[in-house]
Design a protein around this ligand. Structure first.
Ligand code: 26M
Length: 755
């Protein structure tokens, strides 16, 4: 295929002009057209057993590079563009990013779709087509402001299937309109991402400079927004509407597919597996039972089949994130489900007399409980997370169904998180060990033998330097901030949450700032970079953002401190940003309170790109630690058992630490110092200070000292560049385990059993 000719022909047919005269936007649109045509012709992956990965979120990111790569034409397009003096990155700037996810859970679903198609497993994603993605974040007066984030344009990756499925709510009937996107795997075969939408949704009801809208008219707002939180009652109910809309249309579509294949619904579990991504789509269980009964199965048959069809993934042990709906919500939104849920609760009661495993408790429906009883598999997303589920959080269920519990440590697609975002490093790896690792990621281990080679060390350092310079250009263009590629890039990017402890990072930066003010001269300049969105109703999270932005300006204004230290908070952290930040990182901050981060996935992306982890033994960090060994990671902090015991005994009090440790006291008090108040909002900073000194629910102070010491060690290690490069190579070499191809192969072997 001659890509140059295809592009030329498209330029003529679309614009009647020569390719060389096309604007970046025109080039983007013609590439979109060419790519969609190529994908339309790709064969669908088929089989007599199919997976449906059902999820409220698919954080797919921009798709042009990704699709070109998987179609095998990335290099050709890059070369044609190079001939015109352009880069794919410039062209991709035109593409809007569909932000159809909050964070790790949604991004994981997107990586999984890539791997499912690449392994040629028949499996589609099933989700919702939100008109506005997660809000667009702006900083105003050093505070987060939320703006609408429209992403759907006239031409996009989205296709209209023309299909509709009726959904009956208690108070109205609607039609779910099925849209789709092709998901092309690395071998050129494809699955689908199936997204339901509602034609009556009206973007115009959203104010243009806020994300406020009338939540009462469900027909106008059902698929309008991705929900970032559960802040108020109407919002929560709208979320239940969304969830039922997703599962009802999804289950109907699945049954239609079974019938189209002339498969017997009585044996649906031979042909269908539904992976339930967290509890958001859990109502698919009673809905599938209901529909199977409508199709002639008895309750017993329908329940037995559904339990064999469904599998559930848990993504968090945070109590506030485990969904529980008052039965009157379901009564109003989907009354037809209530008799079924009551039957399921009765069956659960017969299986176990422990009241804690009941589905309905005090008229509240516990979605995770329904999932565990009525699906064949319950998995956690990293070894430590699954162990905690078995030993504590879900212990009662584990005793009841030990055979259902299993671990599937998360993974990431190397196509996006290495090949597309770091072609330089990819090329270097290929030059050392060949390209076999692109199919079998474990082959990266062969890099180990180059870790001590000074020539190789020089080469990876040069690549890192280039990526740091690229990031500097990107940030200058994106938000006008200048950073110094000579400094250590120390990066924490993830949703803002107390358990992730961005506030601990902040306190440690305050420490460094004060030390510099007191005459300490650091060996290396440090650029500490944050990127995080806070749920709009999560006040403390927004207070932390405010404190970071205030400190950032405070340091920048200080002539001495700014020579050695810079704090940058990137605006509107999204997938596109991540693809620039991660390859440029020296240090990967993974500092959650042990036991709280189920897995984390940016930790994997960072290590794959040669950053060294500074973190706690939490989530997948535990497995990273094990794979790279003590010499190639910086681990600090109390372990998960200690944390769990503190919660059980309720004996952690920040006051105790503050009373003994005057240094910590001083750092925390700096939050409300005159310097900070001069630039910041006293109420917000005071609230943060008050919380940390009186509650500190996620124990930022318990690890602050050991974190600061460990961070210093990491900075000192960085000064020995050869030693550092050795750590970088050892991290890249050990990253193979974290390919989502491995994760998906395990899901398939142990749960899905496709092909
Ligand atoms: C809800 C309301 C208020 C505050 C927080 C929440 C909330 C917190 C966590 C809601 C959902 C949450 O968990 C879902 C989730 O995104 N989990 C992430 O899943 C990733 C993929 O498995 C993991 O890598 C992350 O560790 C995990 O946090």
């Amino acid at each position: 295929m001659n890509m140059e000719k295809m592009m030329q022909d498209k330029a003529v047919s679309m614009y009647g002009s020569d390719l060389s005269n096309c604007s970046n936007e025109q080039i983007y649109l013609l590439l979109l057209d060419i790519t969609k045509d190529l994908m339309a012709n790709a064969p669908l992956i088929e089989g007599d057993r199919k997976l449906y990965y059902i999820s409220a979120e698919f954080l797919i990111g921009k798709l042009l590079s990704n699709n070109l790569l998987n179609l095998g034409v990335y290099d050709q397009v890059r070369d044609v563009l190079a001939g015109m003096g352009k880069t794919l990155a410039e062209i991709e700037e035109i593409e809007p990013e569909p932000s159809l996810g909050n964070g790790g859970l949604g991004r994981l679903a997107a990586c999984f779709l890539d791997s499912i198609a690449t392994l040629e497993l028949p499996g589609d994603g099933v989700g919702l087509n939100y008109h506005l993605g997660l809000f667009h974040q702006k900083f105003e007066n050093r505070k987060q402001k939320e703006l609408p984030d429209p992403w759907m344009t006239a031409q996009s990756w989205l296709n209209d299937t023309g299909k509709y499925y009726p959904v009956h709510f208690g108070n109205m009937d609607v039609e779910a309109h099925l849209k789709s996107m092709d998901v092309i795997g690395y071998t050129g075969k494809k699955n689908q991402l199936l997204l339901f939408d509602l034609d009556t949704v009206t973007e115009a009801i959203v104010e243009s400079d806020s994300i406020n809208f009338d939540k009462n008219d469900v027909k106008e707002n059902l698929t309008l927004f991705l929900y970032p939180d559960d802040s108020d009652e109407v919002g929560r109910k709208l979320r239940v509407y969304q969830q039922y809309f997703l599962v009802s249309a999804g289950a109907q579509m699945i049954l239609e597919d079974v019938k189209a294949h002339s498969w017997d619904l009585k044996n649906i579990s031979d042909h269908v597996v539904i992976q339930i991504n967290d509890t958001h789509p859990s109502m698919v269980i009673p809905e599938l039972i209901r529909l199977l009964m409508e199709n002639g199965l008895s309750l017993e048959e329908a329940v037995a089949q559904t339990e064999k069809v469904c599998a559930y993934t848990n993504h968090t042990i945070l109590a506030e994130a485990l969904e529980k709906w008052p039965s009157h919500f379901i009564e109003q939104v989907a009354p037809q489900l209530m008799p079924i849920i009551r039957e399921l609760d009765a069956i659960a009661a017969k299986r176990d007399d422990n009241p804690k495993t009941r589905i309905i408790q005090n008229d509240i429906i516990h979605m995770a409980n329904m999932d565990i009883h009525f699906s064949k598999s319950t998995n956690g997303v990293a070894k430590i997370h699954t162990d905690i589920l078995k030993d504590t959080e879900l212990h009662d269920f584990y005793r009841l169904y030990p055979e259902k519990f299993n671990n599937k440590t998360n993974g990431i697609t190397f196509r996006r998180w290495l090949q597309a975002c770091n072609p330089q490093l990819t090329k270097w790896i290929i030059s050392k060990i060949g390209d076999g690792f692109l199919k079998d990621s474990i082959e990266l281990e062969a890099l180990k033998k180059y870790a001590a080679d000074p020539e190789c060390q020089k080469e990876v350092l040069a690549i890192k330097r280039e990526k740091k310079e690229e990031l500097a250009v990107f940030l200058k263009n994106r938000q006008g901030v200048e950073i110094d590629p000579n400094s250590i890039f120390d990066i924490q990017v993830k949703r803002l949450h107390e358990y992730k402890r961005q506030q601990m990072n902040l306190l440690s930066v305050i420490n460094l700032y004060q030390e510099i003010k007191n005459g300490y001269v650091p060996e290396e300049k440090v650029t500490v970079i944050f990127g995080a969105k806070a749920a709009p109703a999560y006040i403390l999270a927004k207070d932390i953002i405010h404190a970071i932005l205030v400190l950032s300006d405070l340091i920048a204004k200080d002539e001495v401190a700014s020579k050695y230290l810079q704090v940058v908070m990137v605006e509107n952290y999204d997938v596109t940003c991540a693809e620039k930040l991660i390859p440029a990182a020296d240090i990967s901050e993974q500092i959650s309170l042990a036991s709280k981060e189920a897995s984390g996935t940016s930790n994997m992306k960072f290590m794959l790109n040669g950053a060294v982890t500074l973190g706690t033994d939490d989530g997948a960090n535990v497995e990273i630690h094990h794979l790279v060994g003590d010499d190639n990671i910086f681990i600090f902090g109390v372990d998960s058992d200690t944390v769990i015991k503190h919660y059980e005994k309720a004996d952690y009090h920040p006051q105790d630490i503050l009373a003994q440790d005057s240094k910590v006291r001083e750092l925390v008090d700096f939050l409300v110092s005159e310097e900070m108040i001069a630039l910041g909002d006293q109420t917000s900073l005071g609230r943060l200070h008050h919380d940390i000194t009186t509650k500190d629910w996620f124990m930022a102070l318990i690890d602050l000292e050991s974190y600061m010491n460990c961070r210093k060690e990491a900075y000192a290690a960085y000064a020995d560049q050869n030693r550092w490069a050795q750590m970088m190579i050892n991290n890249i070499a050990a990253a193979g385990f974290f390919s989502s191809d491995r994760t998906i192969a395990q899901y398939n072997e142990e749960i899905w059993k496709l092909k």
